[in-house]
Design a protein around this ligand. Sequence first.
Ligand code: C2E
Ligand code: CA
Ligand code: CA
Ligand code: CA
Length: 275
Amino acid sequence: AKTEKRGTCKSFAASMDAAAQEKNRLEKDLRQAVRSGALEIYYQPLVNLESERIECFEALLRWHHPERGTISPEVFIPLAEELGLIDQIGRFVLTHACQEAMTWPDHVKVSVNVSPLQFRNGNLLSTVINALSSSGLPAGRLELEVTEAVLMEKGPRPAAILRNLRAFGIGISLDDFGTGYSSLSYLLNYPFTKIKIDKSFILNLHEDTTSRAVIRAVIGLGRSLGLTVAAEGVERELERDYLREEGCTQGQGYLYGRPQPSAEAALVANGYPME
Ligand code: C2E
Ligand code: CA
Ligand code: CA
Ligand code: CA
C-alpha cells in the first residue's frame, strides 16, 4: 500500500507539472496572439422578438491558435485577466467593434463585453471615448455588457464609471442575469438599460417550471423599470414563442444566428438573408 501511495503522489506531482507546463505554454501563446492579431471578433445578432429585425450584434472574441484550433473565450479571458492582458484585449475589442458597427445600418447597435478588471485601472472611460471618436460611431449605438462581478468590486468606482458612460449615451447591460447574487438594489443603483437573462434558464424552459418562473419574473421586473429585456441561448422556436408571449424584447441564440466573422455579420446586418 505504501509504494502504491507513493506512486500516486509521484504521478500526481508529475501531472501537476504537466499542467503547469501546459499553462506556461498557453500564457506565452496568448501574449504572442495579442501581438500578432490571432484574436478575431465574431458577431452574433440580437433580434427583436416582435419584429424579427436585428437590433444589435454582440462582439464575441475567438482565438485562432496555430496548433490547437479555435480556443473559447471561457478559457482565455480568465487567463488574460490573470496575466494582466485584459486591458489591452478589451481596448482591441472596443476599437474594432466600433469600427465594424460603422459598416452596418444606423439602427443596428453593437455590444461589447467588459471584464470587471477593466474598471480597476481607471482608463475604461477614455478607452471607450477613444473607440467612439476614432470610429465616428455615435455613443447611442454602443452597449457595454457587465456581469454582477463588476458590482461586487469594492468602492464607488464601478458605479461612478458606469454613470459616466451612461451620461455619454452608451447603453449598459447586466449580463448573465439570474446566475449570481442579483438584487433589486443593484438594479436600482446602477444605470442599466438592459437585462440579459442567462441562457441556462432558456435552455431549461421547456421542462422546468422554476426556469419559467424566473424568466417571467425578470421580464416583469425589467419592463416595470423601463429596461430592455434580452434572452440568451434561444435555440428553438418553442423558446422564442414563449419569450415573445411573455413580453421579452430581444432574443439571441443559434435559432437566429451563431457568432460569425465580421464579413458575414455585415452581410446579415445589411439585409442579406440569414441561413
Ligand atoms: P457571454 O457574454 O454570456 O456570451 C454568450 C455566450 O453564449 C457566447 O459564448 C455565445 O457564443 C453563446 N451562445 C450564443 N447563442 C447560444 C445558443 O443558442 N446556445 C448556447 N448554448 N450558447 C449560445 P462564447 O462566445 O463562447 O463566449 C463565452 C464568454 O466569454 C462570454 O459569455 C463572455 O463572458 C466571454 N467573452 C467573450 N468575448 C469577450 C470579450 O471580448 N471580452 C470579455 N471580457 N469577455 C468575453
Ligand atoms: Ca455577454
Ligand atoms: Ca451572457
Ligand atoms: Ca455567460
